[in-house]
Design a protein around this ligand. Structure first.
Ligand code: UT7
Length: 332
């Protein structure tokens, strides 16, 4: 029996990567590291960096316009904008409201930011689907964008080499039952919140103990996040397959687009899940970890490169701060 969607799904995708390319050779001049260490430990060769006079919404707007053009959807048709980020332009207004204004549709639709760190866009897609499935809205723009380089410190080589900036976006709406969304699963474990943390970006002042652990804006316990990620990738994907029902199994996935944080995490999770590495789209070598932008950038590229054909089963999966993870299954 052919797989059926809920009748709603992705109408168009778009991405934006800042012009400035920062190679591992450039990074070698700034921090005590080597191209060899970065490539073997993470798979990253270069990443992009946002211009000094730009902010997260500037990247998000370009990705959104590309997604809307791909979908053939005008700004006036949007019922809701969800902007997924942990590096917003401001505490207030939300970056979604900034985008709504820039799209020239101020006052015409709902708009809010969503923070699930690197899982943000994957969480945003599930959120948007809940609005669509309930019949409340017809067309939703979901943007994932982060400017993580703004939080990096040259003295902390353990995080400095890993992150880059970028944005990706999807327009969601009615697709009919032969295409679209089939299932999702969200994970959050707040007990591990301190393992990946950005200090002084909210109302809680950094404590002396935290300062002693890391005098830098970001603290990441790489090994703990790595361990969580390899397990959570499989759990969330299996959860999404179970939610989809219809007898869907891991081997039915034709293309898996995972969060691009570390090549080794994906390799190890793929082995655990028994997924053929050929079915996994990776571009971490060119962008590094772009947080909430990583999955939509990778999906946009995968589509442009002809990696998806009509009727394929697509899996999206992400993990990150919170700690969080999220997965979803779609018929393309
Ligand atoms: O979006 C979600 C967010 N984050 C992640 O997914 C990250 C998950 N974790 C990871 O990707 C990996 O844990 C890292 C890539 C961050 C680190 O790899 P690792 O194999 O866990 O390395 P490590 O932290 O155990 O460090 C190994 C060594 C240490 O030296 P010693 O103690 O063995 O002498 C580090 O000081 O590598 C050293 N090191 C570096 N050396 C050169 C740490 N960072 C660097 C660096 N260049 N940039």
């Amino acid at each position: 029996m052919a797989l059926k969607s809920c009748g709603y799904g992705i109408l168009g995708m778009g991405m934006f990567a800042p012009e400035q390319v920062v190679t591992n050779a450039d990074i070698e001049k700034i921090v005590d590291t080597t191209d060899e260490w970065i490539v073997t430990r993470s798979g990253i060769r270069e990443r992009r960096k946002i211009a000094a006079d730009e902010a997260t919404s500037d990247m998000g707007l370009r990705a959104a316009r590309n997604a809307m053009a791909d979908a053939g959807v005008e700004a006036e048709e949007l019922d809701l904008i969800i902007f997924c980020t942990f590096s917003p332009d401001y505490g207030c207004p939300s970056t979604a409201c900034v985008i709504q204004d820039q799209l020239g549709i101020g006052g015409k639709c709902g708009a809010f930011d969503l923070n699930a760190a690197c899982s943000g866009w994957a969480y945003g897609m599930s959120t948007a689907m809940a609005f669509l499935k309930s019949g409340m809205y017809k067309k939703i723009l979901v943007i994932g964008a982060d400017a993580v380089t703004r939080y990096l410190d040259e003295r902390d080589r353990s995080t400095y080499v890993l992150f880059g900036d970028g944005a990706g976006a999807a327009v969601l709406g009615e697709t009919g039952e032969d295409r679209g969304f089939v299932g999702q699963f969200l994970i959050a474990d707040g007990t591990m919140g301190q393992e990946l943390i950005i200090y002084d970006s909210g109302t809680r002042k950094k404590t002396e103990a935290q300062e002693a652990k890391s005098p830098y804006p970001i603290y990441m316990n790489g090994k703990e996040v790595f361990r969580f990620a390899t397990k959570a990738l499989g759990e969330s994907l299996q959860g999404a397959l179970d939610d989809a029902g219809q007898g869907l199994k891991m081997e039915d996935i034709d293309l898996l687009v995972p969060h691009q944080a570390n090549m080794r995490i994906i390799d190890s999770a793929a082995k655990r899940m028994n997924i053929d590495p050929e079915k996994i789209y990776m571009n971490i070598d060119r962008y590094g970890n772009t947080s909430a932008a990583s999955v939509p950038i990778a999906l946009t590229e995968a589509i442009e490169r002809g990696r998806l054909k009509q009727g394929d089963t697509l899996g999206l999966v992400a993990f990150g701060g919170g700690l969080t993870a999220a997965a979803s299954i779609w018929i393309w």
